[in-house]
Design a protein around this ligand. Structure first.
Ligand code: FPP
Length: 231
């Protein structure tokens, strides 16, 4: 990927992605579902490498939802194993590339060894200038409820206070939400943060989503007129 294009329009700083379609990708190729998730991780890796050249401050990825526990046990195990390997194998690259890892969701409820390696990765990447936020055991309604409870505890149930207590409180405002695989719904992802985000739904299945697809999405975002309720 080359330099970010010089564009006169909006520059997206924070992009979030619902990575959907791993299972269908595998099915179309007559491969096991696990292979779809494995190729999904490779797509994640390529995309993370494009964050800096594309001038993004933050990329947020929906990796495991609080509802994904309902999947068959072997699939959940596969996803957790991929997560374990990903954190271990990619941590040196995050550190070398100045990427700060951030986790949103109820991740303390994951397996103790994953929690431990995440804590280690968070600490070692804390000085990074660009953020990769990964949603793990994440549900947006649960996140809003937790934030509202904290806001209520200090007697300040306001928009600003709830925003300040969300898991995303140290991330830039969300500019663009992308969902792959042709599905058009939010699936309990960043509901509060999407209030003024632009949305893009693409047919590409997640393992086929490349940095070039992201660049096309950013170019599309650049020419959109954002009104934030005004005119
Ligand atoms: C949706 O595809 C994808 C998921 C539930 C998991 C997304 C996870 C990854 C891409 C890999 C792990 C991520 C990281 C950051 C290491 P689906 O299985 O629902 O596909 P389908 O709708 O076609 O069945």
């Amino acid at each position: 990927m080359g330099e970010a294009p010089s564009q006169t329009g909006n520059r997206a700083k924070h992009v979030a992605i619902i990575m959907d379609g791993n299972g269908r990708w595998a099915k179309r190729k007559h491969l096991p579902r696990a292979m779809g998730h494995k190729r999904g991780v490779e797509a994640v890796r390529a995309l993370i490498r494009s964050v800096e050249p594309m001038g993004l401050d933050c990329l947020t990825l929906y990796a495991f939802s609080s509802e994904n526990w309902k999947r068959p046990e072997d699939e959940v195990d596969d996803l957790m194993d991929l997560m374990r390997k990903f954190i271990k194998s990619d941590l040196p690259e995050f550190i070398a590339n100045d990427v700060r890892l951030k986790i949103i969701g109820d991740w303390q409820g994951l397996a103790p060894d994953i929690v431990k390696s995440l804590e280690d990765a968070l600490e070692k990447t804390s000085g990074g200038s660009r953020t990769l936020a990964v949603a793990l055991n994440y549900g947006s309604q649960q996140e809003i409820a937790r934030a509202a409870a904290k806001a209520a505890a200090i007697g300040e149930v306001t928009e600003a206070s709830i925003t300040a207590h969300l898991d995303t409180n140290d991330l830039p405002p969300l500019d663009l939400l992308i969902r792959t695989s042709g599905e058009v719904r939010l699936s309990n992802f960043l509901l509060w943060q999407c209030a003024y985000a632009e949305m893009l739904f693409v047919d590409t299945l997640w393992p086929d989503f490349t940095p070039e697809h992201l660049q096309t999405a950013l170019d599309d975002f650049a020419i959109r007129e954002r009104r934030f309720g005004g005119r």
